[in-house]
Design a protein around this ligand. Structure first.
Ligand code: IPD
Length: 274
C-alpha cells in the first residue's frame, strides 16, 4: 500500500521545518543576491539553493521513488505518481531585505506519472508551510483538515463565509513580469476604493495561510508558479476557503483567488479580475 496522507503530511512538516531552521539561522545581516532569474526583480540567494538541496536530499532518502518539482532546480521525474512541489524560500525578496515574512512550502501531489505535474489536473495530498521567523507551522492533508501549530499548540483552521466587500481586507501579490504588473496595477485601481484595505505580504504561501486563519479575508494573484501556491492552496482549501482561478476553474498561473464562500463570488464577479 502507498503512504497515507497522514504519513505524507508528517514528512512534509518534518522537512519543511528542517529547511525553515536552515534559512532562518543562516540569514546573515546582509544577504547577497547570488543570481537573477526572469529579471532584476526576480532574485535567488545562496540560501534558496541550500534550502532546496536540503529538501531534495531528505526526500531522496525518505521517498526515493517520488518526483520533485522545485523552484530552483526544476522537475526530477519519479516512478510513483507522487511529486513533491517545493518552494525553498517563498518570499525571497522579504528574506533579502530582512522583512520577517518568508516561508518554506512543501506539497505532495498525485498526478499522471507519464507527464509533468500540472496544477490543472493534479491532486494535492498533503502540505506544510513553515514560517520560521514567526515559529508557525501550517499543514493540511486532503480531506483531513488544516491546522496551525505554534508555541501555544495546534489548532484546526476554519474559514468564515467572509464579510461584505466594503469590510474585506484583501491580500494580493505581484509577479516579476513588468507587463503583468501594469495589468495588476489596473486591477488595484478598481479594487482599492471598494474594500477595507489591501495587503501585499510578499509570500504567496503565507497569504493563503492568512486566508485559512482569517488574518485576511481574501487573497488573489495572477501569474503564480506552482511551487508558490501548492502548499498554501491545500491549507486554505482544507480550512474551508474557496480557491479557484479568476474564472472559477482550478487555481493556477492564470490566476488564483482564495476567500470564504460568501466573499469569493462577490470578488470574482464584481471586480473583473479575469
Ligand atoms: C514570490 C512571492 C510573492 C509573489 C510572487 C512569488 P518567491 O515567490 O510568493 O509574494 O507575489 O508572485 O513569485 O519568488 O519569493 O518564491
Amino acid at each position: 500500500a502507498g503512504p497515507t496522507p497522514t504519513e505524507l503530511r508528517r514528512l512534509a512538516v518534518e522537512i519543511a521545518t528542517a529547511a525553515g531552521e536552515l534559512i532562518c539561522a543562516g540569514r546573515p545581516d546582509r544577504v547577497e543576491v547570488a543570481a537573477t532569474k526572469s529579471g532584476p526583480t526576480d532574485v535567488v540567494t545562496a540560501m534558496d539553493t541550500a534550502s532546496e538541496q536540503l529538501l531534495r536530499q531528505r526526500l531522496r532518502s525518505a521517498r526515493p521513488q517520488d518526483g520533485v518539482l522545485g523552484e530552483e532546480e526544476g522537475w526530477t521525474a519519479g516512478s510513483s505518481g507522487l511529486t513533491w512541489v517545493l518552494d525553498p524560500i517563498d518570499g525571497t525578496v522579504n528574506y533579502l531585505y530582512g522583512l520577517r515574512s518568508y516561508a518554506v512550502s512543501v506539497a505532495v501531489v498525485a498526478h499522471d506519472p507519464a507527464a509533468a505535474p500540472d496544477p490543472a489536473t493534479w491532486t494535492v495530498l498533503a502540505a506544510a508551510v513553515v514560517d520560521p521567523s514567526a515559529a508557525e507551522t501550517w499543514s493540511a492533508q486532503a480531506g483531513g483538515g488544516a491546522t496551525l501549530t505554534d508555541a501555544r499548540g495546534t489548532r484546526p483552521l476554519h474559514v468564515a463565509p467572509g464579510p461584505a466587500l466594503g469590510q474585506a481586507l484583501v491580500a494580493t501579490g505581484f509577479g516579476y513580469d513588468a507587463a503583468r504588473r501594469a495589468e495588476q496595477a489596473a486591477v488595484l485601481t478598481r479594487l482599492l476604493p471598494r474594500v477595507r484595505d489591501l495587503r501585499r505580504i510578499g509570500t504567496a504561501s503565507l497569504d493563503l495561510c492568512a486566508v485559512a486563519a482569517g488574518r485576511v479575508d481574501a487573497y488573489y494573484e495572477l501569474g503564480l508558479n506552482p511551487w508558490d501556491f501548492a502548499g498554501g492552496w491545500l491549507v486554505a482549501r482544507e480550512a474551508g476557503a474557496v480557491v479557484t482561478d479568476f474564472a472559477g476553474g482550478p487555481a493556477g498561473s492564470h490566476g488564483l483567488l482564495a476567500a470564504g464562500p460568501g466573499l469569493h463570488p462577490v470578488l470574482r464577479d464584481g471586480l473583473g479580475l479575469g
